[in-house]
Design a protein around this ligand. Structure first.
Ligand SMILES: *Cc1c(COP(=O)(O)O)cnc(C)c1O
Length: 357
């Protein structure tokens, strides 16, 4: 098969080396398959420990935080974070920056909280990140979505908050430096930028554990339970945790998050420059809030969509179709995507403009 350039929004591409190591472990992991080993074996306990440690290392997680690998995706994270952060005011603030943020709002309500959407970009189809709003100090927490996978916007800096901040970082965790101390809970589905689908990473300030005012958190949804069991309360997703660990090893061996941030900036600059200089295309997000992970753009003339799609498909590009709520195209460029693959797409855009001139 000729090389495919996977611009899909998730599950994500991973480094080739990680795919190779993961497939080798399916066949032989200390004489067994990684798929059959006991999660209580010392071999797997080592994997889980290393995975948790590597998350701490990659993001310089300060003391006083725990790292957990759970199941349920970020979609369950919406509910888990709300239930665990439910405090004395039973009231939370959310910033609505897109479809995932809206789903988080819904789960905040399902957790029994009064939810205020204190800022929203819904008025302009989520094409920007709201700014300049105030955050009252009587909320139990503020919920943010760092990168809006569908709409192609990203918080370049986070608001100063008088209350604890919870952040869904599913689609940009490990893509750039973040100051973990600014957050009480960070959660992220692995399949956008960390590993295969099937696990969700949580970075949790330990002093929130056990303080929830929720009347009855189901056992699995209680982060304290998972912390006390070293992320092994029940059978963990062994293979997704293993592959995530391999990817974190690869990340750290290649310069860690700071190196990745530079590489991601170079990829973003390359494609946004093309979108801005090519007369056939325009970006859908305002420039200052453009995501470095998910690049959303449309054709000035939608009637050309079929011809353009044929050209990028012929070049081996896949997964470029935009989400139905934005239309057009979306180039998702997670950590493992090479600059060369972005160049392939940019070359197609240039060639398309020449052809249509
Ligand atoms: C994909 C995505 C989700 C949903 O993730 P699941 O793991 O499928 O539940 C939530 N938030 C963001 C920002 C996403 O990109």
């Amino acid at each position: 098969m000729s090389k495919k350039h996977n611009f899909g929004a998730g599950p994500c591409i991973l480094p080739q080396e990680v795919f190779q190591q993961a497939s080798a472990a399916v066949l032989d992991f200390n004489g067994l398959s990684i798929l059959e080993i006991s999660h209580r074996s010392s071999e797997f306990i080592d994997v889980m420990e290393e995975a948790r440690d590597l998350v701490k290392k990659a993001l310089n997680v300060p003391d006083g935080y725990t790292v957990l690998f759970l199941q349920g995706g970020a979609s369950l994270g919406f509910l888990i974070s709300a239930m665990n952060m439910s405090g004395k005011n039973k009231k939370a603030a959310y910033v609505n920056t897109g479809e995932w943020a809206r789903k988080a709002v819904k789960e905040g309500k399902n957790a029994g909280l009064a939810v205020d959407v204190i800022a929203s970009s819904e008025d302009k189809n989520y094409s920007y990140i709201p700014k300049g709003y105030s955050i009252a100090s009587d909320y139990d927490y503020l919920h943010l979505t760092s990168n809006n996978t569908i709409f192609g916007t990203q918080f370049k800096s986070f608001p100063n908050s008088p209350v604890p901040v919870v952040c869904d970082m599913s689609s940009d965790i490990f893509s750039r430096r973040v100051n973990v101390a600014d957050f009480d809970i960070i959660y992220a589905g692995a399949q956008k930028n960390l590993g295969p689908a099937g696990t969700t990473v949580y970075i949790v300030k330990e002093n929130i554990l056990g303080n929830s005012t929720h009347p009855a958190i189901p056992t699995y949804l209680d982060l304290k339970v998972h912390h006390e069991k070293d992320s092994m309360f029940n059978t963990p997703p062994v293979f997704p945790v293993y592959v995530s660990m391999l990817n974190l090893r690869h990340l750290i061996a290649n310069g860690g998050v700071p190196a990745m941030e530079k590489r991601n900036q170079a990829k973003a600059d390359l494609i946004y420059n093309e979108i801005d200089s090519n007369p056939l295309f325009k970006g859908t997000a305002v420039k200052e809030d453009r995501s470095n992970m998910n690049v959303t753009f449309v054709l000035e003339d939608e009637a050309l969509a079929g011809d353009f799609t044929k050209m990028w498909t012929d070049a081996g590009v896949i997964g470029l179709k935009g989400h139905r709520s934005v239309g057009g195209f979306r180039a998702s460029m997670y950590n493992a995507m090479d600059l060369d693959s972005v160049q392939v797409l940019v070359d197609v855009m240039k060639e398309f403009a020449l052809k249509k001139a």
